[in-house]
Design a protein. Structure first.
Length: 325
């Protein structure tokens, strides 16, 4: 082998070693760091809501395809689990109610608020079986109340008890996800259930559940769109496109409730008339998160901290977008 051949062989060896080193570093990086460099937007959604309609209509995929970006959808059973996915890097963007981002932020999740929909206080309620003797929220004292821990209805229960002159500790809270809570509710294992639409509408229509109190006058019940902070800061243009498509689909939904019910019915496996009841209680109109809305979130966070439902006090504004979208 001559001198030139030796030099060429050395360069190839060094090149292979460099490539191996890069691969080793990449494999040790957190999932969110790798995701930022991919031409993929990973969206977490629940079976109900604006993102579900957006997915069904397919307009976002067409819009982002022109940017060379693929959209991948992952379904989650509830907001807290969705934000766990956001925190560990399995998704980049998702939608939840008011409480999940507070619990997630308290746990150290690196997320940002991106947008929200208007208040929908009638879309969540405390319900009891149709044969229940309970007539008011005050009657819940000492009773078993089921709810999904860390969900938006958690705050509804706190505020409803407060209005009725009861403390949070005056009831026996049973933490159950919606499917298990419904089963317990039907069996009579719990006395009441705090739940959101469309599960609320299904309980009313299918089980004859009676509403003790909904969110009117108690809570706002905003729906939020959130993103991983590293993704949002590096991909502001993509987030803007997502928001633009959400605004369009929300405007369409407000004018086409029956079609919305038909789309969501197939997603949630509930009759169209059940979903239509829920869709009529929903609030439409996506907008960037304002300081006023963040202030409302701060009130919820402070209540949860005082009740030791979260491990520490948080400043909600720490999760405000660094860049105005």
């Amino acid at each position: 082998m001559n001198v030139n051949d030796k030099r060429l062989a050395k360069r190839r060896t060094l090149g292979l070693l460099s490539a191996a080193a890069v691969g080793a570093v990449a494999s040790s990086l957190p999932a969110w760091a790798l995701a930022q460099n991919k031409s993929t937007l990973r969206i977490g959604y629940q079976k109900y809501g604006t993102l579900t309609i957006l997915k069904a209509r397919g307009t976002l995929e067409k819009r982002l395809a022109a940017q060379g970006v693929e959209v991948k959808w992952t379904e989650f059973p509830a907001g807290p689990v969705l934000l766990e996915g956001l925190n560990v890097g399995s998704i980049d963007f998702g939608t939840v109610g008011e409480a999940p981002p507070i619990f997630a932020q308290a746990a150290g999740a690196n997320l940002v608020y991106v947008a929200n929909e208007p208040p929908a206080p009638l879309s969540e309620a405390i319900v009891v079986p149709k044969t229940s003797t309970l007539k008011t929220v005050a009657d819940l004292k000492g009773k078993k109340v089921a709810l999904n821990k860390g969900s938006n209805v958690h705050y509804l229960l706190v505020k409803a008890l407060e209005k009725a002159g009861l403390d949070y500790k005056d009831v026996q809270v049973v933490y159950l996800p919606p499917s298990d809570a419904r089963a317990a509710f039907e069996r009579g294992s719990v006395d009441a259930w705090v739940i959101w639409d469309p599960f609320l509408a299904a309980a009313e229509k299918q089980l004859g559940a009676r509403i003790l109190a909904d969110g009117k006058g108690l809570v706002a019940n905003h729906q939020f769109f959130l993103a991983s902070r590293p993704y949002a800061e590096k991909n502001t243009d993509i987030i803007r496109i997502v928001l633009d498509e959400l605004v369009k689909v929300d405007e369409w939904s407000a004018k086409n409730i029956k079609e919305v019910a038909s789309i969501l019915s197939s997603q949630v496996g509930l009759p169209a008339e059940v979903v239509e009841l829920a869709a009529n209680r929903y609030s439409y109109g996506v907008a960037p998160v304002s300081d006023a809305v963040l202030a409302e979130q701060q009130k919820i966070a402070d209540v949860f901290a005082d009740l030791k439902l979260i491990p520490k006090k948080i400043n909600v504004k720490d999760a405000a977008p660094a860049v105005k979208l």
